[in-house]
Design a protein around this ligand. Structure first.
Ligand code: P6P
Length: 340
């Protein structure tokens, strides 16, 4: 029996474009550019232990975090590919202090800007744990024909056009959301193509896994500790507590949450009053994606996607995943009934 036809990312995005007569194909082309950069990153990630690319770069980024060599390579690769893209007017990265407004005539007429964390979870690189690239695509708000401005990068998550991640794990997958849904593509190394493997992903309404760095518990407030206590108590209807899983790489913890259901949290604590994770290139893209899959994302008070950004690298607490689990957490943390 003939094997099922593989649908490549290129074929899929072209088909999706055809569904919208007014679509120009620029967003699809941008997604393909990001997939190209991720394949180049994947090539280095897969052999990191064999060449002198592992280990520290010797510099620190705007976050004050020690840069790993793969961080720098990944960042440089994404910037280079997107700068040469006909569809990207500028980028902002976790690794760069400020946004990069591409100043050439082509880019002046490009409609989109891309924000990214080029290699999230990089502290896991030298222990071979899953790491990933997170990206967010906005339509620019500044006028065409000129360089983009800071405002183009400070839009709320509810203005996103597309967002997603590439996870470099047991396989390499690209998962992205547009306003019409979430689809996952697995890299087929023998042909060098991302192929549709997880069409129309939905985040289960309920789950049994909670994901948080409990090592921070001494810094949590009483409401959050009460919720963690709830997670650890036997659930009468199931006769067992939730399971706890924490990889320490947002992309990996979020991919499991998306596929299996559950809740991922990086709350505020006494030493990080705004949480650790960054709004514009970690929390917003993941919130956009999880909501497109039927889940929810909150900062503990309201919807992550409604936060109006004021700084490019600002942080936010995050509670994200299966709707019923996030709302249960918010009953404890926000002391309100169903918040999102
Ligand atoms: P902690 C990785 O450094 C990261 O930015 C996210 O990928 C991850 O979810 C989080 O930080 C882990 O932080 O404090 O638990 O090590």
């Amino acid at each position: 029996m003939a094997s099922r036809k593989l649908i490549t990312l290129d074929e899929f995005t072209i088909e999706e474009t055809r569904k919208f007569p007014k679509a120009t194909g620029e967003l699809s082309a941008l997604l393909r550019d990001i997939s190209l950069a991720s394949k180049m990153i994947n090539k280095q990630v897969r052999k990191a232990g064999l060449v002198d690319i592992l280990g520290k770069h010797g510099a620190t980024n705007v976050q004050g975090e020690e840069q790993m060599k793969l961080d720098v390579y990944s960042n440089d690769t994404l910037i280079s590919v997107l700068k040469n893209s006909a569809d990207c007017a500028g980028v902002a990265s976790e690794e760069n202090d400020n946004e990069l407004c591409f100043d050439d005539s082509f880019s002046h007429d490009s409609k989109y800007v891309v924000l990214f964390d080029p290699l999230d979870g990089s502290s896991n690189i030298d222990v071979n744990a899953p790491i990933g690239t997170i990206f967010a695509i906005y339509r620019r708000v500044s006028p065409l024909g000129k360089p983009v401005t800071k405002e183009d990068f400070l839009q709320p998550g509810n203005k996103l056009m597309a967002a997603g991640y590439v996870i470099y794990g047991s396989s390499t997958m690209m998962v992205y959301a547009t306003r019409i849904g979430v689809n996952g593509f697995t890299l087929e190394p023998s042909i060098g193509e991302f192929c549709l493997s997880h069409p129309d992903i939905k985040c289960p309404e309920k789950g049994k896994i909670y994901s948080v760095n409990q090592g921070n518990s001494a810094k949590y407030d009483d409401r959050l500790l009460a919720y963690l206590g709830y997670c650890m108590e036997n659930k009468k209807e199931e006769g067992r507590p939730y399971s706890h899983r924490y990889i320490g790489s947002m992309v990996a913890d979020m991919h499991r949450t998306l596929i299996k259901g559950g809740i991922f949290m990086y709350p505020a604590d006494s030493s990080s009053p705004k949480g650790k994770l960054r709004l514009q290139y970690e929390c917003n893209p993941m919130a956009f994606l999880i909501e497109a899959a039927g889940g929810v994302a909150s900062d503990g008070k309201g919807n992550i996607l409604d936060i109006i950004p004021t700084e490019l690298h600002q942080r936010t607490p995050i509670f994200i995943g299966s709707k019923s689990m996030v709302n249960k957490a918010l009953e404890f943390v926000a002391n309100k009934e169903t918040v999102v």
